[in-house]
Design a protein around this ligand. Structure first.
Ligand code: SF4
Length: 274
């Protein structure tokens, strides 16, 4: 077996173990067997396929093609000098270019990188968090620290790859000391999130944590009461649930978060594990 194939298989095994660990923590005891679609070819995991699944967009000052959920390539001309993660379609790129090196609010003064988003530009499922933390500020991608790794396991447990969903935050620059974004900062940044949602066109948004849910739903109802109940944001069905960082601190709450995600899976026509 080639080293490349061995590494690809090790990566798949590590991801599968992470997926199972999340399900076990969430109290799942049974995973339904996949239902074969009539006429569907058997699935194989080639090293190239695994690599492609893991690929994320990287800033390059060239034109490129981004695969969409429909399989249609969307030609996107990369802006030079800007972090263009999450700009995999012309409408998303236009929003990113309009943001530019944004100074519309005071968070611009402390950021390393403007964190626009990441993922499939035509995803049916979108996750929205509060704002970038230290890791995200450096890497220019939402949810890449420990909480991000847990989010990735949650996404995979739902039957998606991280690359198949879209992830963004209410504000795109890191608040100093990881404080909550302030009203003027939200007011300046949220219109761009709203336009991102319109550009992606998800069927469902999952709001991650108290702050994202409160901001998007304009409410102060505790997340413990909001979670597990459908709401609407910008005309899209929205499910609030706990933030992965909170789940890292409170692992006993994972079962509740999994129950919320199962509601999302049913809404999107997927079979939840039990
Ligand atoms: Fe601009 Fe949003 Fe960053 Fe404020 S948080 S500087 S509005 S991109």
């Amino acid at each position: 077996m080639s080293e490349e194939r061995k590494r690809a298989l090790q990566g798949i095994a590590a991801e599968a173990l992470g997926h199972l660990a999340w399900l076990q923590d969430a109290g799942v005891r049974e995973i339904p067997a996949p239902v074969a679609r009539p006429g569907a070819a058997p699935r194989t995991a080639s090293p190239q396929g695994a690599q492609a699944m893991r690929a994320t967009s990287t800033p390059t000052p060239t034109s490129t093609s981004t695969s969409t959920s429909t399989g249609r390539p969307a030609a996107v001309s990369r802006p030079s000098g800007l972090n263009d993660k999450g700009c995999g379609s012309p409408p998303l790129l236009a929003i990113r270019q309009e943001l530019g090196e944004c100074t519309r609010c005071k968070l611009s003064g402390g950021r390393t990188t403007l964190v626009f988003g990441v993922g499939n530009p035509q995803a049916e499922l979108m996750f929205v968090g509060e704002g970038p933390g230290a890791d995200e500020d450096v890497q220019g991608e939402p949810f890449v620290g420990k909480a991000g790794q847990l989010l990735t396991r949650m996404i995979e447990a739902m039957g998606y790859r991280r690359e198949q969903v879209y992830i963004a935050n209410v504000v795109k620059c890191r608040p100093p000391g990881n404080r909550n974004p302030e009203p003027d900062e939200i007011e300046a940044c949220e219109p761009f999130l709203r336009r991102q949602i319109e550009a992606v066109g998800p069927k469902v948004i999952v709001a991650l944590g108290k702050f994202a849910a409160h901001t998007l739903l304009r409410t102060a109802i505790p997340i413990t009461k909001l979670r597990g109940t459908w709401s609407t944001y910008a005309g899209v069905k929205l499910m609030p649930t706990f933030h992965p960082a909170y789940l890292l601190r409170s692992p006993d709450e994972k079962a509740k978060a999994w129950a919320d995600l199962q509601l999302v899976m049913v809404e999107l026509g997927k079979r939840p594990a039990r």
